[in-house]
Ligand binder design. Structure first.
Ligand code: FMN
Length: 271
């Protein structure tokens, strides 16, 4: 019988002790998250999609505006195009369910129009951010629900590599923007993934005011080195090294360095 202590061990690595964490089945479920990129060729239970969307719609949403939508993409040829745009991520083609989560201000524009009211606030950066936050919270609820059903998921931020192509493919109206994709399916146990450690809490949790804790990052580099070794992952340098490379310059953004222009083109002036 494992306990939450075992889950915390996996989440933070062996050397981080977190005394007194409250044991609860839902918390343990959340702690056991890992992304899944290898899926079994098996159908999902009927009504999985509707169940996940109900979970997504149960997330909190700014002012109850519900400024998000989701597109379920089944067409194989369309999936192939998505995989190409997303750096050849083959799980997009192989997973039984592929969802594209959208920041959606078009519905609010239509509603305002229908009531003969202006909707000038939709042009502000705040409303774009609100739509992105709403979409992210909804999607994460769907992820947790999927994992509760024994399914695996992986987010696909790479849909933002080619957001205009994605938008055209999905026939998105203006004021709708693809935030990320999500692959859902039965995990292939032959390629089971492990829980990936996170930064020590000292790095992310501050009390009263912000305090930088460089030592916590050093400890994390060690925890990740153990993780890479255990998973037989060949990673150049430590976590700090490859995280630094990930932010070194616009070329590291795989096309997303022009995201602002794409967002504006999609009908968000970002005032
Ligand atoms: C918004 C977002 C976008 C992501 N995009 C991708 C992606 O395009 N491809 C991929 O393989 N993983 C993607 N991931 C998964 C992350 O790489 C993963 O969550 C991270 O490495 C931590 O691993 P874990 O989820 O297994 O704990 C994404 C995650 C998030 C939250």
């Amino acid at each position: 019988m494992t306990t939450i202590v075992d889950d915390l061990y996996d989440r933070y690595g062996a050397d981080e002790v977190l005394p007194g964490a409250i044991d609860h089945p839902v918390v343990r479920h959340i702690l056991q998250h890992r992304s899944v990129r290898a899926f079994r060729d098996a159908a999902l239970p009927s009504h999985t999609l509707e169940t996940l969307v109900a979970a997504a719609q149960s997330a909190a949403t700014s002012s109850n505006l519900q400024a998000w939508s989701v597109v379920a993409v089944n067409d194989p040829a369309r999936r192939v195009r998505f995989a190409e745009w997303c750096g050849q991520q083959s799980h997009i083609v192989r997973c039984p369910l592929f969802l594209v989560w959208l920041a959606d201000l078009a519905r609010l524009a239509r509603i305002a129009d229908g009531r003969g009211l202006p909707s000038a606030a939709l042009d502000y950066t705040e409303m774009f951010v609100l739509g992105v936050i709403d979409a992210a919270l909804a999607a994460q609820n769907a992820v947790l629900a999927a994992e509760a059903l024994g399914l695996g998921t992986v987010y696909i931020g790479a849909v933002r590599n080619r957001p205009l192509e994605v938008a055209a493919e999905l026939r998105l109206p203006p004021r709708v923007f693809p935030v990320f994709g999500l692959c859902v399916g039965w995990p292939d146990e032959a390629e089971a993934t492990a829980v990936k450690p996170r930064l020590p809490q000292a790095a992310v949790l501050h009390h009263e005011t912000y305090h930088d804790d460089a030592d916590a990052v050093t400890r994390y580099n060690q925890a990740m080195a153990h993780f890479y070794a255990a998973q037989q992952m060949r990673v150049r340098g430590d976590w700090s090294e490859h995280s630094a490379r990930r932010v070194a310059g616009p070329e590291a953004l795989t096309g997303r360095d022009v995201l602002r222009a794409a967002i504006e083109q999609r009908g968000f002036p970002l005032l």
